[in-house]
Write a protein that binds this ligand. Structure first.
Ligand SMILES: [Zn+2]
Length: 523
């Protein structure tokens, strides 16, 4: 077994649809940036994502189409997986809750709750949103509709169910948040959770009868395991629960569950209680991200029909361009609007102009003035050199600090600070003028200083724009010492230190990294 420290992170599993929308990609891209960062830092990383397939909608849609649910969703799962792969989502497993090992895990979780005396039979009735797959309280409905699914009519359901005794975990959950508030981040979403905890916890239904789609409920196969004991358990399945003791010891408890802010109740109250009941250690942190809204202020989603098509966006901006623009435009911990206009401006300003131009001018001038052969870096002597180095060190520190809190947009802003400083350095030091004046020594120093900034920027870029980062290092002449998933390198500390480049290296051919995008935008 490897000696490296480990990091296990997950996204929420997504409700199946024919293809993913950009807002689902947003969560996956954000989690992927974290996964790649952790690999670059030097941790053995396991990244789980996938689909939550046992929803009532799937069964209903399949029945209406006269087909087996698998015939409906198997092609969808292929498309989702392929889209994730196209977008560079470096998952280790794409889990489907219809996977056979997941049924074993899910049944085991129910059995443990039963053994702990936390499961009882009762009658449940209430308004049920088929979009959310959950019962809604009157307070949650707006104009008798689910606010997240205003086009769907909630259904009144009454049925005999098995319940999980969540109320029995009131005190233990209160203690959890007293002792370890960062179990749920960021704090503005944690405060909602603490509010629900204060109101008092209600037991929740864990089975449905009258359905055949789903995992049979242990001890009563007239029932199927209902949503949470099925869906949430996927995080354990992905770590080898219950049978692979070695994998489980290695990966559990998970370091991070990345989820949408709409499912904090289930991840921050239900899930820890379920794990306590099963006598399994809790994950270290649940991080809820905000929503990406389109201009109209509605959440971009399938149900409201405002979906942005990820493939179309990738055709326009390139996969890395989309990855960067969504994570830079939408703070990971908050809601934000995005517009095509904003996307174009962000892409052109940051990537095509600032970053692309910096690398391009550095590599071109190295070729033009020095035949691509950079001198060894020397100790900075001029104030401008010292200042750029200091900016690089500040940017790296700020980048790490932002990543520690999953403030992905701030990490990218720190990287751009260095990009802009390096462009400013190029303007003030004017290597073209030094070339004209025949000041060869200073010219070499200026160009190797710019190249050193580019080398560091390339590593900061790697978690968000992995393919472009590899191309950047290639044309710079210092190939990255890690694979296309960010694994196998010496660790970021070794890579991000100023002066960490080889002694006197040879640059390659300048090829634009981010071609400018011209899009007609209606104003
Ligand atoms: Zn809903």
């Amino acid at each position: 077994m490897s000696e490296r420290p480990t990091y296990y992170l997950t996204t929420a599993i997504f409700y199946p649809s024919p293809r993913p929308a950009l807002h689902s990609m947003f969560e996956a891209i954000g989690a992927d940036m974290i996964a790649r960062y952790q690999r670059l830092v030097g941790r053995e990383t396991r990244f789980l994502t996938g689909l939550d397939e046992h929803s009532a909608n799937v069964e209903r849609d399949a029945r209406e189409a006269g087909i087996d649910p698998h015939e409906l969703i198997d092609p969808w799962a292929i498309t989702w997986r392929e889209t994730f792969e196209r977008f560079g989502i470096s998952f280790d497993r794409f889990i489907r809750t219809t996977d056979p090992d997941h049924a074993v895990a899910s049944v085991e979780m129910v059995r443990r709750a039963q053994a702990a005396g936390d499961v009882y039979e009762g009658v449940y009735s209430g308004w049920y949103c088929t979009g959310c797959n959950e019962f809604k309280t009157d307070q949650q409905l707006v104009d008798r509709r689910c606010p997240d699914h205003p086009t769907l009519e909630p259904q009144w359901l009454e049925e005999s169910n098995y319940f999980f005794r969540l109320s029995a975990y009131q005190e233990r959950l209160e203690r959890l948040y007293e002792e370890n508030p960062s179990f749920c981040e960021p704090s503005h979403f944690r405060n909602e959770v603490l509010g629900w905890l204060k109101e008092g916890l209600r037991d929740f239904s864990i089975s449905r009868s009258g359905v055949t789609w789903g995992i049979p409920f242990p001890g009563d196969d007239r029932h199927r395991i209902y949503v949470w004991f099925d869906a949430l358990t996927n995080y354990l399945t992905g770590a080898g629960f219950p049978d692979d003791a070695e994998a489980l010891a290695r990966w559990w408890p998970a370091d991070l569950h990345v989820i949408g802010k709409n499912i904090t109740r289930f991840h921050c109250l239900y899930w820890p209680a379920m794990l306590m009941s099963a006598d399994i250690p809790l994950p270290k942190q649940v991080f809820a991200h905000g929503f990406m809204y389109d201009v109209s202020g509605q959440r971009m989603s399938k149900t409201t029909g405002n979906t942005e098509d990820p493939d179309e966006m990738a055709d326009r901006f390139g996969v890395d361009g989309v990855r960067y623009a969504v994570l830079r435009e939408v703070p990971f911990d908050r809601d934000a609007n995005i517009t095509l206009d904003g996307f174009v401006r962000r892409y052109n300003a940051d990537l095509a102009n600032d970053l692309g131009n910096l690398v391009n001018r550095t590599v071109s001038m190295s070729a033009r003035y020095l035949d691509g052969s950079l001198p060894a870096q020397t100790d900075a002597d001029q104030p401008a050199d010292v200042e750029l180095r200091a900016t690089a060190e500040r940017s790296v520190t700020a980048y790490h600090a932002a990543m520690a809190e999953h403030h992905l947009d701030e990490a990218l802003a720190s990287m751009m600070d260095l990009v802009r400083a390096a462009n400013g350095y190029a303007e003030s030091q004017a290597p073209w003028a030094l070339a004209k004046a025949g000041e060869t020594d200073r010219l070499g120093t200026v160009l190797v200083t710019m190249a050193e900034a580019c080398r560091i920027i390339g590593h900061l870029l790697a978690p968000v724009a992995p393919t472009t980062s590899l191309r950047l290092h290639e044309q710079l002449g210092v190939p990255a010492p890690y694979d296309e998933r960010g694994a196998g390198g010496p660790g970021l500390d070794a890579l991000l230190g100023w002066g960490g480049g080889p002694t006197g290296w040879t640059t390659g051919d300048a090829v634009p990294l981010f071609p400018r995008v011209e899009v007609e935008v209606a104003t």
